[in-house]
Design a protein around this ligand. Structure first.
Ligand code: ATP
Ligand code: MG
Length: 353
């Protein structure tokens, strides 16, 4: 029997009180019937009675106190449960038998739960700090460029025909870059908040891919990249938001040019029938991505060292947008790569019914 349990304590106290009163009752009856109130035994009886009464009072006091503490613990237990579950009432009576153990367990669980929440919040705030830092860093470069060109123009450059047009053109380019960063950020935040509604239609993914390669043809030629479209010879009809899928293809194919092989570059686009879906694969023979970087290339602002060395132009937002769009379509995207050999990005699209 555990005596620290309020229930067991209550039982013990009840036994003592009942026993004391039974004893007192028999003593009183004995004294009255023997008529021995005037002899020494009467005094002894009184002393014993006093001791018994003292014991009774002591235990009653103790019992009341225990009961008081017990009710307080019960209140704490109830409060913990209310906060934890968000409910007003809890069936704590079920566990009244081992309430103390239970309260301890609850507090421990609660503590580890709170600890986990704190860790998650710390992670989130770290992520926010990184994000704000990255945004600031990305905005800084074009902004400082604009500042520099405008100051030079104001300080007399405007009258200098050798630089005035050129500096205005560069300013325009930096403004375009700023606008593009903000556009991409806006797009990501809309996709993440789930506010972007997809306009699902049926379309031919092969002809959409051809449109995208044609729009990027000039850029590809500049980088000596050749497109190879593995045309299946028939339309492949899919369901999706055509404009968004155009953006997915543009971002991936644009990367294959940007990080492609600058000597004999080739970007191959293939289509595979996967049953319910079609798989679209874009393969380049470019610089490749380290295996450690593969999982991170879809993170906002993430750029590999190789990518950074290849070009200063990237913002690290293109693939984050791609992933959001593909996942908004309930489809998947994957990447495999070998350094110096090339990279393949593949994403699925639902076949039109
Ligand atoms: N085909 C590829 N080959 C090698 N590295 C790639 C390839 N595609 C992406 N990467 C790496 O992944 C990074 C992230 O790509 P992402 O498209 O998100 O950003 P970006 O191209 O740097 O900038 P932008 O936001 O303008 O597209 C790139 O910076 C590059 O390091
Ligand atoms: Mg890109």
């Amino acid at each position: 029997m555990k005596f620290h349990e309020p229930k067991n304590l209550a039982l013990l106290n009840s036994l003592i009180i009942t026993g004391s009163y039974i004893m007192l009752f028999f003593l009183s009856v004995g004294i009255i019937f023997t008529g021995a109130l005037s002899n020494i035994y009467a005094y002894i009886t009184l002393i014993i009675t006093s001791i018994v009464l003292f014991i009774i009072t002591f235990f009653i006091f103790r019992y009341t106190l225990e009961k008081f503490i017990y009710s307080k613990i019960r209140l704490i237990y109830k409060s913990i449960h209310s906060v934890k579950t968000g409910k007003k009432e809890q069936p704590y009576n079920q566990q009244a038998g081992n309430l103390m153990d239970h309260v301890q367990k609850e507090v421990e669980n609660w503590e580890s739960e709170k600890q986990r929440e704190i860790e998650q919040l710390n992670l989130l705030s770290q992520y926010r700090r990184d994000f704000v830092g990255n945004v600031a860093h990305e905005l800084k470069t074009p902004l400082f460029n604009i500042q520099g060109y405008v100051s030079t123009l104001l300080d007399g450059g405007l009258e200098d025909p050798t630089i005035n047009r050129e500096y205005l053109k560069r300013t325009e380019k930096s403004i375009e870059r700023l606008a593009k960063i903000l556009e991409d950020l806006d797009e990501i935040s809309q996709l993440e908040s789930g506010h972007m509604k997809l306009k699902i239609t049926r379309f031919n993914i092969v002809s959409l891919t051809r449109e995208v390669t044609e729009s990027l043809e000039m850029k590809a030629q500049k980088h000596e990249i050749q497109f190879v479209l593995n045309d299946p010879g028939k339309p492949l009809m899919v369901e999706g938001d055509k404009d968004k899928i155009r953006q997915v293809l543009t971002n991936i194919i644009d990367n294959s040019i940007r990080y492609g092989n600058q000597e004999i570059g080739r970007t191959k686009i293939s289509f595979y029938d996967m049953g319910e879906n079609f798989l679209v694969e874009v393969t380049d023979n470019g610089i490749g991505i380290d295996s450690g970087d593969l999982v991170r290339v879809f993170d906002r602002f993430y750029r590999t060292d190789r990518g950074r060395n290849a070009t200063k132009k990237g913002k690290g937002l293109g693939l984050a947008i791609v992933k959001h769009i593909v996942e908004a379509h309930q489809q998947t995207i994957n990447v495999r790569s070998t350094i110096g050999v090339g990279t393949t990005f593949g994403f699925t699209l639902k076949k039109a019914s």
